[in-house]
Design a protein around this ligand. Structure first.
Ligand code: UD1
Ligand code: MG
Length: 458
């Protein structure tokens, strides 16, 4: 195992004109995270790695967005080419390190590929990531000699008709010793079709210094695809989502349609779960086993217990759902909701900071916020906890086996004791002791022989 240190230079100064966006290109999200963050995550797989990010367009915004990543930022105020961009990073390179060049807009480069590249650098080899494409248009072409050895890279705009037929392309990712980079970068000029300092010229310089080029290939072309416009972004998003869907299926979850599945974060799942179409998962989601999730659900930063059934169109955010619970359809569990085992939260119910004891039910059309419910509580349709007095939030406490009749309002702060019973239509503004009935509604009177009004002539 080599102990060589690695300096990773990530190029992220480009404008991204074709994104047609005020947001710097490398901050556009893929699976909910900025493109640049994906590159940083792969870079973090390298032991002894230092990261240097070259920013330019939208530098402040980019630096702010990934401030926590532990990288050094250097600014390239004028974008004069990829070699010029790397030059900005030179003062930060450790002399003994190997240097890996990555692009901030090529998000899916994998840790395995990075490790293969670094493994191919030594005292007289530099490593270059190449791939053969059916349509190589736009990329630099790899020029090999009669013995099959890489001699140079020619950019599309500088290539001859014959060179344009070459299918093997430069992905842009390469690695070499810092010492060589220091020696060779200043030799690069901008005498080319674009008047830019091409990093790709390093290859011919390396050869003329007696170095050889080891070519490494990615396991999938998605690893080297860059994002230049929103069409390419969406293609990479789908490729990434499909890979995640496949991993989830292989670990024991049935997906109704892996093409209609979106994971923007992590899912830790048991087995025998099933997920219907068009569900979106965000942040860190933990699913037990035997969980069934209906279509069109949105689940973020939540833990779902074993055997839970989440019916169609439910939204669950920063909540914990106990084993055997049934949620939805059309339920909304907001942050701080904790449902006990075998609970039921039905259609058009909203909960927030609600602790719901085992076996309790809120089946229809209710708002339960800043509330603690014991076990076996039944909340009738249309019950509202009035937790906000216009200035402050207050809590509602409901004891075990209490029954709250339909269309009741619980005006917090208020409590209902164990086995307390609230008659339908009551406004509860005083605590209800245990085993008591609260009735707080106007008495009904019936008027016999009453006549309906008749329509007046205009
Ligand atoms: C580059 C390669 C080409 C390769 C292709 C792969 C060169 C000269 N050419 O071409 O061989 O096939 O990538 O996608 O290197 N950047 C800066 N500062 C600059 C210029 C670029 O930070 O001054 C950044 C860009 O933001 C981008 C990356 O470097 O992330 C590549 O630059 P780009 O202009 O896209 O290079 P290509 O012409 O695509
Ligand atoms: Mg490019």
């Amino acid at each position: 195992m080599s102990t060589t240190s690695t300096d990773i230079v990530i190029l992220a100064a480009g404008k991204g004109t074709r994104m047609q966006s005020a947001l710097p290109k490398v901050l556009h999200p893929l699976a909910g995270r900025p493109l640049l963050e994906h590159v940083l995550t792969s870079a973090d797989s390298i032991a002894n790695g230092n990261k240097i990010i070259v920013t330019g367009h939208g530098a402040d915004q980019v630096e702010q967005a990934v401030a926590q990543c532990g990288a050094v930022f250097v600014q390239q105020t004028e974008q004069l080419g990829t070699a010029h961009a790397v030059q900005m990073a030179l003062p930060h390179l450790r002399s003994e390190a190997n240097v890996l060049i990555l692009y901030g807009d090529v998000p899916l480069i994998s840790p395995e590929t990075i490790s293969n590249i670094l493994g191919a650098v030594d005292k007289n080899h530099i490593a270059l990531l190449t791939i053969s494409l059916d349509d190589p248009t736009g990329y630099g072409r790899i020029i090999r000699n009669g013995a099959g050895e890489i001699e140079s890279i020619v950019e599309q705009k500088d290539a001859s008709a014959e060179q344009l037929d070459i299918k093997e392309i430069n992905t842009g990712v390469l690695a070499l010793g810092a010492e060589q980079l220091h020696a060779w970068l200043p030799q690069i000029n901008n005498n080319n079709a674009q008047g830019e300092y091409y990093l790709t010229d390093l290859i011919a310089i390396a050869r003329s210094n007696g170095f050889h080029i080891n070519s490494i290939h990615p396991s999938s072309s998605h690893e080297i695809e860059g994002v230049n416009n929103r069409q390419q972004l969406s293609r990479l998003e789908r490729a990434y989502q499909l890979a995640q869907a496949e991993a989830l299926m292989l670990s024991g979850t049935t997906l109704a349609d892996p093409k209609r599945f979106d994971q923007r974060g992590t899912i830790t799942a048991g087995t025998d779960n099933s997920i219907d179409v068009n569900c979106v998962f965000e942040g860190d989601v933990v699913l037990g086993s035997g969980v069934s999730i209906g279509p069109n659900c949105h689940i973020s930063d939540s833990t779902i217990g074993d055997g839970v059934e989440i019916k169609a169109n439910s939204v669950i955010e920063s909540a914990i759902v106990g084993n055997g619970a049934i949620v939805g359809p059309f339920a909304r569990l907001r942050p701080g909701t904790k449902l006990g085992n075998n609970t039921k939260v039905g259609n058009f119910v909203e909960t927030k900071k609600a602790l719901v004891g085992d076996g309790s039910k809120i089946n229809h059309l209710s708002y339960v916020g800043d509330a603690t419910l014991g076990q076996g509580v039944n909340i009738g349709a249309g019950t509202i906890t009035c937790n906000y007095d216009g200035v402050n939030k207050h809590t509602t406490d409901i004891g075990n086996d209490a029954f709250i009749g339909s269309n009741s309002t619980l005006i917090a702060p208020v409590s209902v004791g164990d086995k307390g019973f609230v008659a339908a239509g009551t406004s509860v503004s005083k605590d209800v002791p245990e085993d008591s009935l609260a009735v707080g509604r106007a008495k009904q009177r019936n008027i016999s022989g009453w006549k309906r009004p008749t329509k007046k002539d205009d």
